[in-house]
Design a protein around this ligand. Structure first.
Ligand code: GLU
Length: 323
């Protein structure tokens, strides 16, 4: 029996590597979004910070491309993902049981920190003369796949503008990664993407032969949305990030924040390690994506509506960020 155990251990050492077997390494996966968005490189940046210290923490973080915020909430709830990047509005709705989670709140959802701001970005084929939300009537619009965050933002916007998604527009449900190509090919007239700037998808959309413009959300509709929903705030789409777009100044819209979430079932150690490495190496973290340029440690504790995971809270108290 003893010989057998030694053999199993020897085999495990060969297959998994000595340090993993001896120290019981914990593996965690961060769910993100499409590879041309900001969530995917954000997950990569977070994983990079903590994996540098993998020996110290016995933790390995990997990143998965997913359908977006709603998918990530549900995968965390099911225990299929340990972490996910999730829009702040989706975090609120999931924890409080509204919108996609009406009557079924995700009570084990926990907040870790906020990340970059995201604006509800409407990108249109410039030849279709879509200059305001009302001009989307009768058009083919990709409002996003059901697992995405933007789909609900598009629905909220249309409701506030008195536009019936089922009757007044031809709504498509494709993933954001497909939108730019479809807009360039003339298969859709416009698409929604709730995303940080700059990002690969929108860059791809503005740099083809088909001229494109960003569609403004009128101030009175932004006000209606921010009055009704605490998680929405006015936002702008920065045109300087997108040479080739036909708009000449920043485009007003509304927005949310990207946040990192986890489950109450995930260990304090894993959440502590990730939080600590991002905050203790904050200047380096900020260089990992241009959408992180204006982050402050304080801003990363705003926009959280689910309870903060105890592993993250342990770090915030140690660092004096929370009293
Ligand atoms: N906000 C989008 C979503 O929740 C994803 C944006 C991104 O991938 O950067 O689906």
């Amino acid at each position: 029996m003893r010989k057998f155990r030694m053999l199993v251990l020897a085999a495990a050492l060969v297959v998994f590597g000595a340090s993993d077997v001896l120290a019981a390494v914990q593996y965690v996966t961060i769910g993100t979004g499409g590879v041309t968005g900001v969530y995917y490189p954000t997950g990569g940046a977070i994983a990079k910070m903590v994996n540098k210290k993998r020996k110290e923490y016995n933790l390995r973080a990997t990143v998965e491309s997913t359908g977006g915020s709603v998918f990530n909430v549900n995968a965390i709830d099911a225990g299929d993902l340990e972490f996910g990047v999730i829009q702040s509005d989706r975090q609120y709705q999931a924890y409080n049981g509204s919108a996609d989670w009406e009557g079924k709140p995700v009570t084990k959802l926990r907040a870790v920190f906020s990340i970059h701001p995201e604006s509800v970005t409407i990108v249109a084929n410039a030849s279709k003369n879509i200059n305001s939300v009302a001009d989307l009537k009768g058009k083919i619009v990709n409002i996003g796949n059901p697992g995405s965050g933007q789909r609900g933002n598009a629905e909220d916007l249309f409701a506030a503008a008195g536009i019936d998604v089922d009757k007044d527009i031809k709504a498509e449900g494709m993933k954001a990664a497909e939108s730019a190509g479809m807009l360039q090919d003339g298969r859709i007239d416009a698409f929604f993407y709730t995303v940080g700037h700059p990002n690969g998808s929108v860059k791809e959309a503005v740099s083809g032969a088909t001229k494109v413009n960003f569609v403004a959300v009128p101030a009175e509709i932004v006000k209606k949305l921010t009055d009704k929903f605490s998680y929405y705030a006015p936002a702008d789409i920065p045109v300087a990030d997108y040479p080739g777009v036909t708009n000449s100044s920043d485009v007003p819209t509304f927005g949310v924040k990207a946040t990192l979430c986890t489950s109450a079932d995930v260990s304090d150690d894993a959440v502590y390690a990730i939080t600590r490495e991002v905050f203790e190496n904050f200047d380096e973290f900020k260089t990992l994506h241009p959408a992180f340029a204006n982050l402050t440690k304080e801003s990363m504790l705003q926009g959280l509506s689910a309870p903060i995971h105890p592993g993250a809270m342990k770090y915030y108290k140690e660092a004096g960020l929370v009293k």
